[in-house]
Design a protein around this ligand. Structure first.
Ligand code: SF4
Ligand code: SF4
Ligand code: SF4
Length: 172
């Protein structure tokens, strides 16, 4: 996902997204409010035992699922005293984010090779395999079940899985 720095943002350190913003930690405020609230303290990076939070453009935290998955432990939210990561106490079931897994055509199944690694890693069983012509089963993601946790990203031998916002998914 590309984030460019405008001339102004290079002075302020604030990233300016020309396309979709980078993936922020769970329960992040909407992008502009997040950038206003985050003080670049790095506490969320240190709090994440999974090691999936990294400094991104402008030193703001971003998620990288190559290091692990989000367990939704809320440790990052708990240390964010500036409320850039915030759980609304009034919401009955506050969603951490609106992200979904997507599988591209590098998938081994799409190339007539049997593989079920991603499905084996999905705790909520959002990836089911549908038998296709030739006896190879294709992975199908159930958007209603997928939490965007990223557990299926790193284990995929062909780097076929990405996590995208629901808006991007619909536009794809
Ligand atoms: S919820 Fe837990 S695992 Fe997920 S990014 Fe925050 S600290 Fe890391
Ligand atoms: S792990 Fe990767 S290659 Fe294997 S079925 Fe899933 S998306 Fe395809
Ligand atoms: S992102 Fe998580 S919930 Fe969604 S398909 Fe991958 S492992 Fe399953």
């Amino acid at each position: 996902m590309q984030v460019s720095l405008t001339r102004r943002s290079m002075f302020t350190g604030r990233p300016t997204a020309r396309s979709a913003p980078p993936m922020r930690p769970p329960w992040a405020l909407v992008e502009d409010a997040f950038l206003d609230a985050c003080t670049l303290c790095d506490k969320c990076l240190s709090a994440c035992d999974e090691g999936i939070l990294h400094r991104g453009a402008g030193r703001y935290p971003e998620v990288n699922f190559k290091s692990g998955e989000c367990t939704f432990c809320k440790a990052c939210v708990d240390v964010c005293v500036d409320d850039a990561l915030h759980i609304d106490a009034d919401a009955s079931e506050p969603k951490p984010w609106h992200m979904l897994a997507k599988i591209d055509d590098k998938c081994l199944s799409a190339n007539a090779i049997t593989c079920r690694v991603c499905g084996d890693r999905c705790d909520v069983r959002a990836i089911q395999f549908k038998l296709a012509v030739g006896g190879i089963a294709d992975p199908i993601i159930d958007d209603a079940l997928c939490t965007g946790c990223g557990a299926c990203v790193a284990p995929c031998p062909t780097n076929s899985v990405t996590i995208n916002s629901k808006t991007e998914e619909r536009a794809a």
